[in-house]
Design a protein around this ligand. Structure first.
Ligand code: GDP
Ligand code: IMO
Ligand code: MG
Length: 417
């Protein structure tokens, strides 16, 4: 029996999970997504070619890996159809859980209408219908991917759902499809996706029992977790490693090595607290050099310094065995680099993440920068000051930095022995 290794985002998403999953997938038999939806955007570069993935797991570029979309994902059928069209012959290479809830166009319309109504208090969602789709699931009124196998029945169920919720749709001015349009849409989804929909719980158990190597690809990041993130400025799923168990139907004892993916600085898209956000030229440099533009929405990402308090907290929440430190090259050329070592809240110094992250003043230490780490593929090739930065991160976060990334390319990755 094997154990499933986990890749999990440690900050507010976009840490570089896609790059590491793609790199490691070369050694895995199966790559699984367990939560989130097409709000995720995982960019992978291989030999100068860019791939943007939203629902399709990042193992897809390894022809030997089987890819699974688990029950905990909310599935937008049109989004995954478009993504799958980039690749040839995916039969037997991708499986979708029949228990995954459907995220249909009306969920996006509700999401966008609600954000508009909130005005200045908007969460800054991706507008992809994630919250409304998960709300329907928890409210026990959702539709599941398995129902796509019988489009007529599914159409009837959705039409009933529309009439039960008519008052709400009308109040939000959400235009719904009529029965003919809806059935046509569901029939296409059935034709294109039907053969990929199956009981993935058994599939993953069989892989565990057959001692296959399994990698679980997180989406979003720990500080966007519905319970442990900066609520309400969070996404609607359990983004921490424990979420991978319920999102796939495996037990905690089936989990192996947990790798937390973390940038050498910090970014966030959307609204909500961000203690180490930097509004000076330094933050702008990180945004420009790091090309910090969201893959899913094209929004600019807010940038700031590495928050060791937040990362230590996230490492503990996820049970990280190691961190993978991404985008170290983006800090090239800074004379000094700041690292947040503690917080000040109401005049008091604290070294933990409070349940409400508003009104935190970061306390920094400064360390010397370095010239360039671009393209380094061995730890010993790194400048001494870059190594000191990494060691400082290990000390403050109480977690080993086992992987270091020095460019977007698959091969520019240091795996420490
Ligand atoms: P994910 O959502 O966690 O998979 O991350 P994204 O793909 O949304 O964002 C990470 C971005 O950083 C992508 O554009 C990657 O190509 C890029 N990236 C990943 N690792 C590195 C790195 O080490 N250096 C640089 N410069 N870019 C990187
Ligand atoms: P990956 O997997 C970064 C953010 C949105 C918003 C909040 C809620 O690429 O790391 P939602 O649409 O989920 O209801 O939006 O969560 N968000 C992400 N930020 N990376 C992501 O995914 C994100 N997915 C959602 O910007 O602040
Ligand atoms: Mg992303």
């Amino acid at each position: 029996m094997s154990k499933a290794d986990v890749i999990v985002g440690i900050q507010w998403g976009d840490e570089g999970k896609g790059k590491i999953v793609d790199k490691l997938a070369q050694e895995y038999d199966m790559v699984c997504r367990s939560q989130g939806g097409h709000n995720a955007g995982h960019t992978i570069w291989v030999d100068g070619v860019r791939y943007d993935l939203h629902l399709v797991p990042s193992g897809i570029l390894n022809p030997k890996a089987v890819n699974v979309i688990g029950n905990g994902v909310v599935l937008n059928p049109q989004s995954i159809i478009t993504e799958m069209e980039q690749f040839e012959n995916l039969e037997g290479r991708i499986f979708i859980s029949d228990k995954a809830h459907l995220n249909l166009p009306y969920h996006s319309l509700i999401d966008q209408a609600k954000e508009k109504l909130k005005g200045d208090n908007a969460i800054g969602t991706t507008g992809k219908g994630i919250g409304p789709a998960y709300a329907d699931k928890i409210n026990r009124v959702g539709q599941r991917a398995g129902e796509l196998l019988n489009p007529k029945q599914l159409c009837e169920n959705i039409m009933n759902y529309f009439s039960e919720n008519k008052v709400i749709f009308d109040a939000m001015d959400v235009k719904l499809p009529d029965e003919v349009e809806l059935l046509a849409e569901l029939t296409i989804y059935n034709e294109k996706l039907g053969k990929f929909i199956t009981n993935t719980t058994n599939l993953v158990w069989d892989a565990i029992d057959a001692d296959k190597k399994i990698l679980l690809e997180g989406a979003q990041g720990t500080l966007l977790d519905i319970d442990h993130g900066t609520y309400p400025y969070v996404t609607s799923s359990a983004t921490v490693s424990a979420g991978a168990c319920t999102g796939l139907g495996i037990a905690p004892k089936d989990i192996g090595v947990v790798t937390g993916i973390v940038k050498a600085y910090t970014t966030r898209v959307g609204n909500g607290p961000f203690p180490t956000e930097d509004f000076t030229d330094a933050g702008e440099t990180m945004a420009n050099v790091g090309k910090e533009v969201g893959t899913t929405t094209g929004r600019g990402r807010r940038c700031g310094w590495f928050d060791a308090v937040g990362v230590r907290h996230a490492s503990r929440l996820n049970g990280c065995d190691q961190l993978s430190l991404m985008k170290l090259d983006v800090l090239d050329g800074f004379e000094t680099i700041k690292i947040c070592v503690a917080y000040e809240v109401n005049g008091e110094r604290i070294n933990y993440v409070p349940s409400n992250m508003d009104n935190i003043i970061p306390i920094y230490e400064e360390i010397k920068g370095w010239d360039s780490v671009v393209g380094c593929r061995e730890y010993d090739q790194l400048p001494e000051t870059a190594k000191l930065y990494i060691e400082k991160i290990e000390e403050l976060t109480k977690t080993k930095v086992g992987i270091i990334s020095t460019s977007p390319e698959r091969e520019d990755t240091i795996i420490r022995k």
